[in-house]
Design a protein around this ligand. Structure first.
Ligand code: WTA
Length: 650
């Protein structure tokens, strides 16, 4: 445990408000007692098998539940199914073709209402388009799109024909895109001319073009027209989505896939510079996201309108915009743009307009709403909301209370959901009709999920702070890192014997509630997004003027953590903070742009030459620095502190 984690533990210890589910909420809730927990505790495999059978349609029933040979899990072997069939065809076949799948709203205010029947038709057409471009089962397809319905269409079309997709968030740079395309050796890239953000069109196609200069595996680029901005189409390689769709048939039967067929890759930052292609497969993943979406959000599929504000480029968008909600046949809102365009109440306007009943967002967004003031939500009727949730980072009790009062109207339960790209779906969360919540605690592992905290020596910690581990495999777990089985074993299964180590610190209080404390490794969490310190350091060092760089995540009142960089320039080189910040944005994407870059003649190092990150974090957070006697050159710290005290960058 670091010092700051101890501070957090101390701060959280004073939080003792509790919120039991109301009788009103319990009256319609799916789970109001401990029955699911009891069932799963008795036999977790039988529990998951029941979820798989009841919640998912199989072409062929599975004959084994779990084959577990650490670190390799195989769930539901012998079974075959199609994810796109489960998300679309089965609802249409049940007579719900006219039900709205998406109320989509573009940032400029344009709207599309897409029914399950219409979505099935568009997905089938696009699956035929992909086949026409030579995409076959097992071929990887990259997706680099704004938050438009075509993103969901593309993902489901891939699933329909068994081509694993790899979605890259539209905010990533061309360099990040080409790295991910090359790692996956994708055959086709699906992108758009551009999308809307803060009232302007941000171009995507030029970044895709730049990426494709160094991606030999790409044979075709499919371009959706969204921004209307000018683009260059490369002859023989680039094709317009709308042109291909015009002639495409809506008849494309969903092909049954083996339960362990690769459904998608999603890249996430680790502690080294190279992002990891996290592998998720078909039957287990679909079971996990369908189950969690149903029970964590206490879904009433006939009446609920679900809105998850994540981008499809992240795991939250995969699991709780595309696969979980559509598999459950629910109606959703999908929104393209930012929360403050044209004004700070855009989200609340959308909640009111569509009668959103379940709202799922990130703590960083909630802290931003707090900054904008309670007047913004108060302008709108939010009485349709009945349940609200958070994901992506620890939520501080003040933000929880604000959310409860000003968005939840004091009546909506809050589900604080802990999970990761690697877990596929939610792992720790209240069940809103059954769990008494405490502001800032994600409460308990879900039925079917087993967690334990351990200390440095792998001893179980029953109360107090420790490392969060998962003790049993679960259906949505990652099946590996694409192309790197050793790194998979090493990263997740080697720190503590027989346990998956999540990289997070947590605390168990006297009542057995879990309090997540953030990462214990060199991964930062900025606005709920994982960024590796090493990756930013490599980006900085790739600038011709930079000799050495050290990057830390420092606490930030809005974004949770912010990126602080310290760089040493090469002899004779000259550059400035703005240039280096822009360089990182260019290399990785705007989300990784450091808040501050300090140019310094030296870095604080231990006598063995290790950069003292904790010290750099102290400097960034404006803390007074204690003992620096182990430093190679203690005077550098004074210098850095003086620099940090200077006026802050934007
Ligand atoms: C953090 C996002 C505290 C955690 C779904 C985890 C959280 C990382 C919570 C995964 C939460 C996510 N409380 N911390 N409710 N949810 N985290 O892969 O550090 O983008 O390891 O998945 O986010 O981030 P990822």
């Amino acid at each position: 445990m670091s010092d700051e984690q101890h501070d957090t533990i101390d701060a959280l210890s004073s939080e003792n408000r509790t919120f039991a589910p109301s009788d009103d909420f319990k009256a319609t809730s799916l789970v109001v007692d401990t029955s699911l927990y009891d069932e799963a505790n008795t036999n977790d495999e039988a529990f998951w098998a029941r979820q798989a059978t009841e919640l998912v349609d199989w072409e062929q029933e599975f004959d084994t539940v779990l084959d577990w040979q650490l670190p390799d899990a195989k769930w539901f072997e012998g079974g075959t199914l199609n994810v796109s069939y489960n998300c679309l065809d089965r609802h249409v076949a049940a007579g719900r073709g006219d039900k709205v799948a998406f109320h989509w709203e573009g940032e400029p205010g344009d709207k599309r209402t897409i029914t399950y029947q219409a979505l099935l038709d568009e997905v089938s057409q696009f699956a035929n388009v992909l086949k026409g471009l030579g995409v076959k089962k097992g071929d990887r397809v990259n997706i680099y799109l704004p938050m438009i319905p075509e993103a969901a269409v593309a993902m489901l079309a891939c699933a329909r024909i068994g081509a694993p997709h790899s979605v890259v968030f539209g905010g990533f740079s061309s360099q990040s895109l080409s790295d991910r395309i090359n790692d996956a050796e994708a055959k086709v890239l699906i992108t758009a001319d551009g999308g809307y953000r803060r009232g302007e069109v941000f171009p995507l196609k030029p970044a895709a073009d730049e990426a494709c200069e160094s991606t030999p595996s790409i044979e075709h680029v499919v371009v959706v027209r969204r921004g209307g901005n000018d683009v260059t189409m490369v002859d023989g390689r680039d094709v317009w989505y709308h042109e291909l769709m015009e002639g495409a048939s809506t008849d494309c039967p969903a092909e049954p896939m083996e339960a362990e067929h690769l459904l998608f890759l999603l890249y996430t930052s680790g502690t080294t510079g190279k992002p990891k292609g996290i592998m998720h497969t078909t039957g287990g993943y679909l079971t996990h996201v369908t189950y969690t979406h149903k029970y964590v959000f206490d879904l009433q599929p006939e009446t609920d309108v679900f809105w998850c504000t994540a981008d499809v480029g992240w795991i939250t968008g995969h699991s709780y915009i595309v696969y979980g909600p559509l598999s459950n046949g629910c109606t959703q809102v999908m929104y393209e743009g930012v929360p403050n365009y044209p004004a700070n109440d855009r989200f609340w306007e959308i909640v009111e307009e569509y009668g959103v009943t379940i709202f799922y967002t990130a703590p960083t967004a909630i802290r931003t709403f707090m900054k904008w003031g309670a007047d913004e939500p108060a302008k709108h009727d939010l009485s349709s909301l009945r349940l609200i949730g958070t994901v992506g980072e620890p939520i501080n009790p003040e933000a929880w209370m604000w959310y409860h009062e000003h968005i939840g109207g004091g009546r909506c339960p809050i589900v604080d959901t802990w999970w990761q790209t690697e877990t596929g779906g939610i792992m720790i969360s209240p069940l809103p009709g059954a769990t008494t919540t405490k502001p800032g605690s994600a409460t308990f592992p879900l039925p079917g999920v087993s967690t334990e905290l351990v200390d440095d020596d792998a001893n179980v910690v029953p109360v107090g702070g420790g490392y969060l581990t998962l003790t049993r495999p679960w259906p949505g777990m990652l099946r590996g890192i694409w192309g790197d089985p050793e790194r998979y074993q090493e990263t997740y299964w080697s720190r503590f014997p027989d346990r998956y180590f999540a990289g997070d610190g947590a605390k168990l209080d006297d009542d057995g509630y879990l309090w997540l404390l953030g990462r214990v490794d060199d991964v930062m969490n900025v606005s709920g997004h994982r960024i590796s310190t090493t990756e930013v350091e490599s980006a900085l060092v790739s600038h011709p003027s930079v000799a050495e760089a050290a990057v830390v995540g420092a606490n930030d009142p809005t974004t949770g953590q912010a990126v602080f960089a310290y760089v040493i320039l090469r002899g004779g080189a000259d550059t400035d903070e703005a240039t280096l910040r822009a360089h990182v944005a260019e290399e990785i994407g705007a989300i990784a742009r450091p808040k501050r870059v300090f140019i310094t003649p030296d870095l604080p190092k231990t006598r063995s030459g290790k950069i003292m990150r904790r010290l750099l974090r102290d400097v960034a957070e404006g803390r007074n620095i204690g003992d620096t006697t182990t430093l190679a050159d203690a005077s550098i710290v004074d210098e850095l502190q003086a620099k940090a005290a200077e006026s802050t960058a934007d």
